[in-house]
Design a protein. Structure first.
Lengths: 249, 249
């Protein structure tokens, strides 16, 4: 028995998100089918968490358990030979037997990419925003997100999750290499359904002067999704990294 | 009479290069058609130079002359409203009357992007290379390119250009943000047809130990295209920037 850990990059555009859904193409399903082709047996794959339709990943992590020993290096090449070009295995490693991609994940980091300038080569994962957006002002507003709070106001109302308390370690806009390009970096122990996109959509309203900087704290306290802004589009969002380690609390 | 300077980004994949060719979709033609729609008159557009089919640009520069005054800011918005998403106008500026995008260009800078790791989100403009490629070794080899030389050996044999002397100011591989990602940066006063791709294809042979580091100087001196390696694929190549200024010599 071996536990295998996979690090996965994917372009979210062609997929209905990570999680298997009947009748829809998902990354998890594509991966299970590729593994079935290579290993000649069906094995379930467990991801660190779901990503929504259209959301990308540069560092999704998943695991599966194998009855027979696995040559990690060979499996990486084999899987990439079978998977469509929109999904690549970046790394395959033999993990501790007990490793669990979801339960052992301590932090997840997302990037949301925008630009105030027209863009071509990264248009699949960078969303245009108005030139007047005030990033310093959004950074002031984002400070209210850091810490442990109930994020009910930034969770999709249809979500069944009962515990909506998350600890946000970092939430800040950073300028990128090209003039006009920015990314919102958010790192937390967990994320609720639609959370990053609701936060970005609300911050962008602050950045355009449509909400006061103090609104984020007010919305968090209100705990009502209707108080927050609209969800930003999925294509700007990338699951950048999942951090593993001993429990933090 | 006004001379208008355009800075243009494009995804080379859907286009048969920059330059107008009968019966083929090119960026220059798309731009002339967009200008015709906006200005209601056909004006020829002159680029800083050609790019081949499949080659991208983040900073192509072009000019056109207009009989009537032009509102630069408005023209940018109008052109981007008419052009396909694979072509964006990054900047529109009123230039000196005598400005010429090709004759006044002093230096052109190209980037060629590769990765030793599997890649998804930038797969349209990053070419996979073998994990064993030795970048330090390729950098040693690339030093022989810097300076003023006849680049006959790195010019497509079908090219009609008679003067094949170019001055290369910079030619080096640089590692990028993600582990395994590298770009070859080359800056010169001018480039011959197929020159960067022939250079990259030859350097990659050096990087894999198939040619000695000293081979670049030998090939330059031989001046024979058959001595150099195969052209690297077009999709890794980006015209990054065109530098204008007073004549350098």
């Amino acid at each position: 028995m071996a536990t295998i850990r996979l690090t996965i990059e994917y372009d979210g555009a062609p997929w209905h998100g990570w999680q298997v859904q009947a009748g829809r193409a998902t990354v998890q399903q594509a991966l299970e089918e590729a593994l079935e082709t290579v290993l000649r047996t069906r094995v379930p794959v467990t991801g660190s968490g779901r990503t929504d339709a259209g959301v990308h990943a540069r560092g999704q992590v998943a695991h599966f358990r194998s009855e027979s020993p696995v040559d990690a290096r060979r499996l990486k090449v084999q899987l990439n030979g079978v998977l469509p070009p929109s999904v690549r295995i970046l790394a395959v490693a033999v993990a501790d037997d007990a490793f669990h991609a979801r339960y052992d994940a301590r932090r997840r980091r997302y990037h949301y990419h925008v630009s105030t300038e027209p863009r071509v080569l990264d248009r699949a994962w960078r969303v245009p925003v108005h030139a007047s957006v005030d990033f310093a002002c959004m950074n002031d507003a984002a400070l209210a997100l850091v810490g442990t709070h109930g994020f009910d106001a930034f969770c999709r109302t249809a979500s069944e999750t009962e515990n909506r308390v998350c600890t946000v370690y970092r939430a800040a806009w950073e300028s990128e290499a090209r003039h006009g390009d920015w990314r919102f970096v958010i790192e937390a122990d967990r994320f609720l359904h639609g959370m990053v996109r609701a936060i970005v959509g609300t911050l962008l309203q602050v950045g355009r002067g449509r909400r006061p900087v103090t609104d984020i704290a007010r919305i968090l306290a209100a705990g009502d999704r209707r108080e927050a802004g609209p969800a930003a589009p999925p294509e700007g969002l990338v699951l950048e990294r999942v951090v593993y380690g001993p429990p933090e609390r």
